[in-house]
Design a protein around this ligand. Structure first.
Ligand SMILES: C[S@@+](CC[C@H](N)C(=O)[O-])C[C@H]1O[C@@H](n2cnc3c(N)ncnc32)[C@H](O)[C@@H]1O
Length: 244
């Protein structure tokens, strides 16, 4: 069923993610190591990647680590087409619009805050259906710029209060992926990490693992590529792994 909340936020912007990865190779590398760490907490098995964008991270997982995703879901037609050109099987749809087969995946991943584009009630319903779609001991993984991080706080507040002028905060974002990015393309829904963890716990996920990376403040984030560490209270990029 088509959902009115599913919007292509990236019309004619299909190169945005690839351009950003090229401009910020160290942040891209740190994010890739974070994703890899999170999806290998248990055997990745059959992977569904939801909101995979142009598939740039999935391509790196495949080419560097030999980890292949079984299917992708992506509502932006331009991104979906680029991901198909990278060899992935992609359904052009929002996460809310998919009928998930029970017991069909071992890992369902929302990389790059793609879950943050779903309204709260639709996210809860979708994650409940994702829970059913996972095998026993399967896992849901998400990665995010948390609202409570230095980067997240600036993005959240400047998106919420458009009267804040660019010239008053772009220096803070220099060195980050979001320097001069369009505020309408930040994820629209923001909660603290604990809110998402509580939701996943209510849905029935039992075992949680957390990883974080890019601990530097925004102007210094492109300085080095770094390995993820445990936890979610310090990183500007975090991963949550919720095991069924
Ligand atoms: C910041 S991008 C991240 C893309 C990619 N996962 C990455 O990390 O490079 C967020 C992605 O979520 C997608 N998205 C937006 N609404 C969505 C929805 N309702 N369901 C699934 N994905 C959605 C966007 O089209 C976009 O590709």
């Amino acid at each position: 069923m088509a959902h009115p909340s599913v919007i292509d936020h990236f019309v004619d912007k299909e190169t945005l993610l690839d351009d950003s990865a090229r401009r910020n190779p160290n942040i891209n590398e740190s994010r890739l190591r974070l994703l890899h760490k999170a999806i290998t907490v248990t055997d990745p098995g059959r992977i569904l990647s939801i909101g995979l964008g142009s598939g740039i991270s999935e391509e790196a997982l495949r080419d560097r680590y030999g980890i292949t995703i079984a299917k992708g879901v992506e509502p932006s037609a331009g991104f979906a087409e680029l991901a198909r050109q990278r060899g992935f099987d992609v359904v052009t749809a929002g996460a809310q619009e998919i009928d998930y087969e029970p017991d069909s995946y071992d890992t369902i991943v929302y990389n790059g805050s793609s879950f943050g584009f779903l309204p709260d009630d639709e996210l809860e319903d979708t994650w409940r259906r994702n829970f059913e779609a996972l095998s026993d001991h399967g896992k849901l993984v998400f990665t995010d710029v948390p609202k409570e991080s230095a980067l997240g706080a600036v993005l959240f507040l400047t998106q919420k209060y458009p009267e804040i002028k660019d010239e008053d905060f772009q220096d803070i974002l220099s060195g980050s992926v979001f320097h001069h990015a369009d505020r309408n393309q930040y994820k629209p829904y923001w909660h603290l990490t604990s809110w998402y963890v509580d939701l996943l716990g209510r849905i029935g996920f039992r075992d949680f693992h957390y990883f974080q990376t890019v601990l530097a403040n925004p102007p210094y984030q492109e300085d080095d590529a770094v390995d993820p560490i445990s936890g979610y209270t310090k990183g500007n990029y975090i991963a949550v792994v919720a095991v069924k």
